[in-house]
Design a protein around this ligand. Structure first.
Ligand code: NDP
Length: 434
C-alpha cells in the first residue's frame, strides 16, 4: 500500500489474494525466507510508451501504450490487451497479477501479463483502428515473442484488432509465428477461442451447481456486458436450457422477460460485432425495458454472471441479488465484484466463484492455440472443446480441494487463490533468486 498508493485496483486485487492464502503460506517457511510475497507483488517489468497515429481528418493523435510482464516462472508471459479509455497502470497491474494465478490454474505452461492502451475503438473507423493497432505494435513488437510474451484480446480488442496487430508484427519482423492468440481461423487461430471464455464460464457454473445437485436447465440468468464473454456465455446457457434475460453496455441495460433466445442473440452479435451499435437498440427492436446508467442486478434471477468489467457488483447490488433469491454468481469478467459484495455472497453461503477460476477458459484455449501453432496443426472443434471442458473441471476440482471449509461450504476465492499461488511460488523457489 505504501509502494503503490495511487493504484486502488491493484491494491484491491493483491489484498484479496493475500487475505486468502495466509494459512497455506504460513505452512511454508521456505516461502517467507525467499520473500515470495514481495517478489510476487512487484511485476517483473513495466513497459510504458507513446503511441502516435493519424486520424481520418489527418490530425496526429497520441495515446498511452502499456505492457505489464508480471511473472514468467511457469511459462512465457501471457495475457490480453485492453483498449478502453479507462485503461491505466493500476488496472493493468491488477489484471496482470490476477492473470499469473489464473494461468497457473489452467494447468498449462503460461506466465502472467496484461497490456493495452487508453485508446478506445468505439466510434473510430476501421482505417483509424488499423493505424492505431499498427502504431501500437511498432513499439510492442520489441518486447514480445512466441517464447517470451504472447498477448491476446480483452475489452476493445477482438478479432479485428488482433488481425491488424499480427499483420504489423509480421511486417516488422518477417516472422510468421504465434505471437498473438485469438487470431483469425485463416492464419493460425484456434477453433473455439472466441467462444472459450463464455463456454468455460458456463462449464464452471454447471460444476458449482452440481455440488448442490442443481440443474442449470430452466434457470433464469442475469448477464451483464454484451461483448465477447457475454455473447458466448449466453450461447452456452441457451444450449443447456437456461433463460438469460439481461444484457448491458457502458450506457445501461436491457431486461427481456421472455428470454434472449438464439435469434435475439444472433441480432446482438450483429449489432455489437459488426454494426458496433449500443444495447439500447435491442430494447427498441424488441420493445423491452431499457434502463439508462444502471446495471441489471435489481432484476429477479436465479443466477448472476457479470461479464462486462471490474467492480460492477457493489455491496448494495449483492444485497438485492441475495434478497431476490440468487443461488449462484459466476464471474465472466475480471474482478467484477467488490470485496464487500463478495463477503455478502459468502456470508449468505451462495455459490460464488471469482473470475480467475470461472473465466480461465479463454486463456486456456489461448494456450491450446499456442500448442497448435507450435505443432503447425489445427485441432477440431470437438477436440478443443473437450480439452476446454476438462480444464474447467480440473480448475473446479482444485478449488474444492483447497477451498472447502469445515462446514462444507466451498470458498472458491480461497480455493482458486491457494491453488494458483502454490504452483507459482514453488516454481519461483526452484528457479532461485532472479
Ligand atoms: P468486450 O470488449 O467484447 O465487451 C465488453 C463489454 O463490457 C461491452 O459490452 C462493454 O460495453 C462493457 N463494458 C466495458 N467497460 C465497461 C464499463 N466501464 N462499464 C460498463 N460496461 C462496460 O470485452 P470482453 O467480453 O472480452 O471482456 C469482458 C470482461 O471479461 C473483461 O473484464 C475481461 O477482462 C474479461 N475477460 C475476457 C476474456 C476474453 O477471452 N475475451 C478472458 C477472460 C476475462 P461498451 O460496448 O459500452 O464498451
Amino acid at each position: 500500500k505504501n509502494r503503490f498508493p495511487n493504484e486502488p485496483e491493484y491494491i484491491q486485487a493483491v489484498s484479496q489474494v493475500l487475505g486468502t492464502i495466509e494459512d497455506e503460506y504460513n505452512k511454508h517457511p521456505e516461502f517467507e525466507k525467499a520473500n515470495i510475497i514481495d517478489r510476487l507483488c512487484i511485476p517483473d517489468r513495466l513497459i510504458e510508451f507513446r503511441v502516435s497515429w493519424v486520424d481520418d481528418k489527418g490530425h496526429v493523435q497520441t495515446n498511452m501504450g502499456y505492457r505489464v510482464q508480471h511473472n514468467n516462472c511457469i511459462g512465457p508471459y501471457k495475457g490480453g490487451l485492453r483498449f478502453h479509455k479507462s485503461v491505466n497502470l493500476s488496472i493493468l497491474k491488477f489484471l496482470a497479477f490476477e492473470q499469473t494465478f489464473k494461468n497457473s490454474l489452467t494447468t498449462l505452461p503460461m506466465g502472467g501479463a496484461k497490456g493495452g492502451s487508453d485508446f478506445s475503438p468505439r466510434g473510430k473507423s476501421n482505417a483509424e483502428v488499423m493505424r492505431f493497432c499498427q502504431a501500437f505494435m511498432t513499439e510492442l513488437y520489441r518486447h514480445i515473442g512466441p517464447n517470451e510474451d504472447v498477448p491476446a484480446g480483452d475489452i476493445g480488442v477482438g478479432g479485428r484488432e488482433v488481425g491488424y496487430m499480427f499483420g504489423q508484427y509480421k511486417k516488422l519482423t518477417h516472422q510468421f509465428v504465434g505471437i498473438l492468440t485469438g487470431k483469425g481461423q485463416e492464419f493460425g487461430g484456434s477453433l473455439i477461442r472466441p467462444e472459450a471464455t463464455g463456454y468455460g464460464n458456463v462449464y464452471f457454473l454447471q460444476n458449482m451447481l452440481k455440488t448442490r445437485n442443481i440443474d442449470i436447465k430452466g434457470k433464469t440468468v442475469l448477464v451483464s456486458g454484451s461483448g465477447n464473454v457475454a455473447q458466448y456465455t449466453i450461447q452456452k446457457l441457451l444450449e443447456l436450457g437456461a433463460k438469460p434475460v439481461t444484457l448491458s453496455d457502458s450506457n445501461g441495460y436491457i431486461y427481456d422477460p421472455d428470454g434472449i433466445d438464439e435469434k435475439k442473440l444472433a441480432y446482438v452479435m450483429e449489432l455489437k460485432n459488426i454494426e458496433r451499435g449500443r444495447i439500447k437498440e435491442y430494447a427498441e427492436k424488441y420493445g423491452v425495458k431499457y434502463v439508462e446508467g444502471a446495471k441489471p442486478w435489481s432484476e429477479k434471477g436465479d443466477i448472476a454472471t457479470p461479464c462486462a468489467t471490474q467492480n460492477e457488483i457493489n455491496e448494495e447490488a449483492a444485497k438485492i441479488l441475495i434478497a431476490n433469491g440468487v443461488i449462484a454468481v459466476s464471474e465472466g469478467a475480471n474482478m467484477p465484484t467488490v470485496p464487500a459484495a463478495i463477503k455478502q455472497f459468502q456470508d449468505a453461503k451462495i455459490l460464488y466463484c471469482p473470475g480467475k477460476a470461472s473465466n480461465a477458459g479463454g486463456v486456456a484455449v489461448s494456450g491450446l492455440e499456442m500448442s497448435q501453432n507450435s505443432e503447425r496443426l489445427k485441432w477440431t472443434r470437438e477436440e478443443v472443446d473437450a480439452k476446454l471442458h476438462a480444464i474447467m473441471d480440473d480448475i473446479h476440482e482444485n478449488c474444492v480441494k483447497y477451498g472447502t471449509e469445515p462446514d462444507g461450504y466451498i470458498n472458491y476465492v480461497k480455493g482458486a487463490n491457494v491453488a494458483g499461488f502454490l504452483k507459482v511460488a514453488k516454481a519461483m523457489l526452484a528457479q532461485g533468486i532472479i
